[in-house]
Design a protein around this ligand. Structure first.
Ligand code: GCW
Length: 844
């Protein structure tokens, strides 16, 4: 235990006043809104452990961020301890929690054994014995550090850790811990899955910024220090004089949480809103435009953080319009920002989406390094290259981008995607920390002695002062921010890893679970178990062996759509054909991508024998008969993992059910509904992918499952009234490629005469829930209606396909031979009320 000498600080303080910032908590339904900052009241046993914790909070100094820190401690302790905790302006006879920046703390606690230095944004938490008893000190390396220290103290208590002997110093791994949003000014969100924007509506910043404030609080608690609020596919209006005051409103709301505002910009803004006929970065009028806009923003937002720029990518204009380089583009804006200490993040996500797919040497994975490596050293010091974690685009499995190891004289930040664009869009649970960790821990061998990605992006390896982490979060207006309560673990994990990338996924999951739910061992074990198993499960039923997420690449990136990636310019090719699968990216016979890595890494990926199985198809094209280390062939691996993955997803439901009564009923029910949906959609994935590969390869499943579905009755083979048979595109997303469509609207009926043994069965109805209208489904056995539901979900597609394919299971239905099972669909056009099949299996 570290203590100061008793009497080590002035005892003459008088308690001057108690401020009125104490918080009263009331029990309320769990909505997920408070996420990991619930400050749930401790049970009496746990409360006893904190009996000696001071109930008065003294803040040294005055500023919005410091006040936020103090108020948060008051709020958190009051709520958790269930007793009044108050803010005092100075110290009386009772022990206190003392908050302040390090020099102020050292002034007051002169002889105490407190660190003499704390890095920017870092903090020290200490318990010091004094004549007045044990005081708790939160000393910050900066005001932000005090705030982070306050949250760290509360986190420890929330997780029921001992705080009687604190002596903890923490500093963030990197200065850049930013969140990006892909929110459009009209209130929509690109790749957002939880409602409309919390920032914008109707072309303006929303009037009520309460949610923005509460979101900033969540972000501050995990160490985020800047927020980019609009889409990288940017609307130039954000730079206009009319918009700048609106930006200032957002900046004012997030500032007390130590978070600085940033925006994404459109590179052609000089032409679109600047009255120029040109946006050439080397033109002096263009430079003057950028300076003018930057100055205008800083007049309104003095602590503005900077810009994010997506140029020459996916149709966005960029320097190539004038034959200029990305360095030219970044630098003209960087120079305008430099006097204000602003930074520009230039996105490394630059590639040709109109690439000739017929050329086997073409490779989108090469693009980032091909574009940026030659420019290393040419960027202004306040330019940061923002690089997606993998060379393609947030697929379920990718190697680390080689660009991380290739830049020695350029600041870099890793871009991680929290919004689950390719990972089940928050309808599926997929805890991404383990995937991020694989990349962060990967040794790029950029020079001798170990250079994991985490040390490259934090600037440690090549000694860059700017570097770090950017997360694309896309929270929305749904109460629980991301739609799925468990998805919030990803936002939490992003912040915790940006703070300290050495933290393990399990540590993060445990901490998050305790704070978000509770710390009962069974709860922690179950939820952490589901979280840690979720990415492997998702990978199993979606994209095998590094081939990519086998989803509809040119659409909403959600359900299966295996051939959508092929024969187009988007470059997410897996090159599966009748004999084999995979992208040959070797130097010897392929696209040469592997040569972008350092020699030792390249050598291992170049050779089939040393390429890890999980990335095999990213680097090599192999026959379906190729044997993996497991001894299985590639094709059998594809079959087995898809069945395994679907079973894993079903297991999440069973595991989650065991938590009934151990967590609040509200979140138990809402997560259960999502997990049940996930389990059924995992079957859609399983069947689509295994059927497609069975067809393309001509090789049967040795276990006999693929193409053989016991108890399944295809809708098109039922006795149909007003339904018509239709082909589903892509074919593999419907059983047997066909569905019964109720396209004419009105009521359509499908009948099946049950001829099996009498007994109790589960009946699954597989149908398509299109986004373009509603369809009401009724199912009856004889004249007994057994279920009725309305299909009105929004899966982003108005057609029957892998996005919309949905399963409803009616459990424990008594059936006797001769019973008629009747499904009626009442569809409002253009919804086709499509029915795929029913499946009758013994009740579970
Ligand atoms: O993954 C792709 C997304 C686009 C996104 C783009 C990017 C914002 O499908 O929606 O655009 O990446 O990162 O710029």
């Amino acid at each position: 235990m570290r203590t100061s000498r008793p009497g080590g600080f002035a005892t003459s303080w008088l308690l001057v006043a108690l401020l009125s910032v104490s918080h009263v908590t009331t029990a309320s339904a769990e909505t997920g809104y408070d996420a990991w900052l619930r400050y749930a009241p401790l049970d009496p046993a746990a409360r006893d452990r904190y009996a000696s914790l001071p109930r008065q909070i003294v803040l040294l100094g005055e500023s919005p961020v410091l006040r936020t820190a103090r108020d948060e401690v008051v709020r958190g302790l009051t709520s958790m301890l269930g007793a009044p905790v108050t803010a005092a302006v100075t110290r009386g006879r009772d022990p206190v929690v003392l908050l302040g920046v390090l020099p102020r703390v050292r002034d007051v606690l002169k002889d105490a054994a407190i660190p003499t230095q704390i890095g920017a944004d870092g903090f020290w938490l200490g318990t010091l014995a004094t004549r007045q008893g044990a005081i708790v000190v939160v000393a910050g390396g900066s005001e932000r550090g005090v705030l982070y220290g306050a949250f760290a103290l509360l986190r420890r208590i929330g997780a029921h850790e001992d705080v009687t002997r604190l002596n903890v110093r923490e500093e963030p791994s990197a200065p850049i811990r930013w969140i990006n949003h892909w929110d459009n000014l009209d209130g929509t969100i690109e790749r957002g899955y939880a409602g409309r924007s919390i920032f914008f509506e109707g072309g303006r910043v929303v009037d009520d910024l309460t949610r923005v404030r509460d979101y900033a609080r969540l972000l501050a608690s995990i160490g985020i220090n800047a927020l980019t609020i609009n889409n990288v596919n940017a609307n130039p209006q954000v730079l206009t004089d009319a918009f700048v005051p609106q930006l200032a409103r957002v900046a004012d709301i997030i500032r007390p949480w130590g978070i600085a505002l940033s925006i994404s910009i459109d590179f052609s803004s000089p032409r679109r809103i600047g009255g120029l006929d040109i946006f050439d970065p080397l033109d002096s009028r263009v430079a003057a435009f950028w300076q003018d806009r930057v100055d205008a923003i800083y007049r309104a937002v003095p602590d503005f953080a900077g810009f994010v720029l997506k140029a020459d990518s996916e149709g966005r204009l960029g320097p190539s319009a004038y034959g200029r380089t990305h360095a030219d583009a970044a630098n003209v804006i960087a120079r305008a920002l430099a006097p204000h200490r602003g930074v520009i993040f230039y996105r490394g996500f630059v590639y040709d989406h109109l690439m000739d797919w017929r050329n086997p040497k073409n490779d989108r994975a090469r693009a980032a390094s091909d574009n940026f490596r030659p420019l290393d050293g040419l960027f202004e010091p306040n330019v940061v290259l923002q690089i997606k974690h993998g060379p393609i685009d947030f697929q379920v499995r990718e190697p680390a981008s080689p660009l991380f190891g290739a830049l020695q004289k350029t600041n870099q930040a890793i871009e991680l995607q929290i919004t689950q664009e390719y990972l089940g869009q928050q309808r599926h649970v997929c805890f991404i920390a383990p995937m991020w960790k694989e990349v962060l821990d990967f040794d790029m061998q950029a020079r001798d002695g170990g250079t994991p990605v985490k040390q490259l992006v934090t600037g440690r390896v090549f000694v860059r002062s700017l570097g770090g982490f950017v997360g694309v979060s896309n929270v929305g207006r749904e109460t629980n921010w991301l739609g799925h309560d468990l998805a919030m673990a990803n936002l939490y994990a992003f912040g915790r890893l940006a703070w300290n990338p050495d933290t393990t996924s399990r540590q993060i999951a445990e901490e998050w679970t305790k704070l978000t739910f509770n710390d009962r061992p069974q709860v922690v074990e179950t939820i952490v178990g589901i979280l840690l198993d979720s990415w492997p499960a998702y990978e199993r039923y979606t994209g095998p062996l590094g081939a990519g997420t086998l989803t509809d690449i040119i659409g909403v990136h959600y359900g299966p759509g295996i051939e959508s990636s092929e024969r187009n310019g988007w470059g997410q090719w897996h090159r599966a054909n009748g004999t084999g699968i995979g992208m040959d990216r070797t130097t010897a016979t392929g696209t040469g991508f592997v040569a972008q890595y350092s020699t030792p890494v390249a050598t291992s990926y170049e050779n089939l024998a040393t390429t890890p199985d999980e990335l095999l198809l990213f680097f090599h094209h192999v026959p379906y008969s190729h044997r993996l280390r497991s001894g299985k062939t590639v094709i059998q691996h594809i079959y087995d993992t898809h069945y395994q993955g679907a079973e894993d997803a079903a297991g999440f439901v069973t595991r989650w059910r065991t938590l009934a009564g151990s967590i609040d009923a509200e979140r138990h029910a809402s997560v259960l509904a999502r997990l049940e949906y996930q389990a059924s959609h995992a079957i859609v994935w399983r069947d689509a992918i295994t059927a497609w590969f069975r067809w393309v390869s001509g090789i049967p499943d040795t276990a006999g499952r693929v193409g053989n579905y016991p108890g399944r009755i295809e809708a098109e083979s039922m006795s149909l009234d007003r339904f018509s048979n239709g082909a589903v595109i892509p074919w593999e997303t419907a059983s047997a490629g066909l569905a019964a469509l109720c396209s004419a609207g009105g009521t359509c009926t499908a009948r099946h005469r049950y001829q099996g043994a009498a007994g109790t069965y589960d009946i699954a109805v597989q149908y398509f829930d299109e986004s373009d209208g509603t369809a009401t489904f009724t199912i009856a056995v004889g004249d007994r209606q057994i279920d009725r539901w309305v299909a009105d979900a929004q899966f982003g597609s108005g057609a029957p396909n892998g996005h919309t394919s949905t399963r409803r299971t009616i459990r424990a239905v008594r059936l006797s031979p001769g019973d008629e099972i009747r499904i009626e669909v009442n569809a409002t056009a253009p919804d086709s009320g499509a029915l795929d099949y029913i499946e009758i299996t013994p009740a579970r």
